[in-house]
Design a protein around this ligand. Structure first.
Ligand SMILES: Cc1ncc(COP(=O)(O)O)c(C=O)c1O
Length: 348
């Protein structure tokens, strides 16, 4: 058939998400979901508050009741908050509103590969600048480079590493363009960039409820930015971008944040134990402040390990772009014990 697509669509591969499976008995450590359920208040509130009438009506277009709860949780005024259908939707909007064809976007490398897909869709130039010092320092070219948009994923995926807030601040101070700090994993980290928001009108902070809050299926993300920024981005947004069920789920989860904090602490504990076990086995494990670890076995391609684990019903993330590494989500302690046993078997 004749192709009706734009050239760029015709030629691109498209973002490849991690495998999803509902199969029982599969240990799923490939897409950084939470191994624990969300707060019990989430289902309670959906059952209590969702009526047939609410389902028949469109939801609040700016998720206002949720913004009011988020304002309390994060200490940020409601008009500085934009709610998205996952933070991926917010990333999509950001690329659409700031990047014209031929414009330049800069980000450190390696990082979340969706940024490249979104740049391609805009027919923008993307410059992927290697991190310095084991992914813990930002490259000078990112700080000083001229661009229409810069992105820092912090903690970074797939490496799990962080750059300090002062590193991020250098970029904000030196840049005449919007700077996105994608904090999808920040609840598992020691610091975040919220304190910089009032000082830098070019700062856009992204958060998600998919990881720490165990609501990947609900699809809710937040953008924190100056009202002038959120108002501009709203122009490109679908009118009713977040459904009523996710809005109720997100409110309930934020109102029970103590529950999430306790599960996050458990995941951090498992992360620390699991990282030291991997190091004992001879893996290079990068210091992670996320709910996953990035591991390498010097001189080896790890496709065989990914494949062997998959045959044993354990899914981890293998990217063909980085064949010498695996990204492993931190699950329950028993999942990680099983994983270590199977890894030892395969490596024998
Ligand atoms: C770095 C990063 N940003 C954003 C997202 C998107 O999260 P969501 O759309 O579920 O909010 C992900 C998901 O894996 C991610 O790894």
């Amino acid at each position: 058939m004749k192709s009706y697509f734009r050239k760029i669509i015709e030629n691109m591969t498209g973002y490849i998400p991690g495998e999803q499976t509902g199969e029982k008995g599969v240990v799923k450590l490939n897409t950084n979901e939470n191994p624990y359920p969300p707060s019990p208040r989430v289902l309670e509130q959906i059952r209590a508050r969702l009526s047939e009438r609410e389902l028949a009506l469109y939801p609040p277009p700016l998720s206002d009741p949720l913004r009011v709860v988020a304002q309390k949780t994060y200490g940020i005024p409601a008009d500085w908050i934009l709610v998205g259908n996952g933070s991926d939707e917010l990333l999509n909007l950001i690329f659409r509103v700031f990047l014209d064809k031929e414009d330049r976007v800069l980000y450190p490398y390696p990082t979340y590969t969706l940024y490249r897909t979104l740049a391609l869709l805009q027919e923008a130039h993307y410059q992927e600048i290697p991190f310095e010092e084991n992914y813990q320092l930002l490259p000078e070219e990112l700080v000083q480079g001229e661009a229409k948009l810069k992105i820092i994923c912090n903690p970074n995926s797939p490496t799990g590493t962080v750059v300090s807030i002062s590193e991020v601040e250098k970029v904000l101070a030196a840049s005449a363009c919007p700077v996105v700090v994608d904090e999808a994993y920040v609840d598992f980290a020691e610091e975040n960039c919220l304190s910089l928001l009032k000082k830098y009108p070019n700062l856009l902070i992204l958060r998600t409820l998919s990881k720490s809050f165990a609501l990947a299926g609900a699809r809710v993300g937040f953008l924190f930015a100056w009202p002038e920024m959120t108002q501009g981005i709203i122009k490109a947004k679908d009118s009713y971008n977040v459904g009523i069920m996710p809005q109720i789920a997100a409110q309930a989860a934020l109102e029970d944040i103590e529950y999430t904090r306790a599960r996050v602490e458990q995941i951090k504990k498992t992360r620390s134990w699991f990282s030291s076990e991997l190091a004992k086995m001879g893996f290079v494990v990068y210091p992670s402040q996320a709910n996953f670890v990035w591991v390498q076995l010097p001189g080896s391609s790890l496709g065989f390990l990914y494949q062997g684990l998959k045959e044993r019903n354990i899914l981890v993330r293998y990217f063909s772009e980085w064949p010498d590494a695996l990204r492993i989500t931190i699950g329950r302690e028993e999942d990680m014990k099983l994983l270590l046993e199977e890894m030892l078997e395969i490596l024998k």
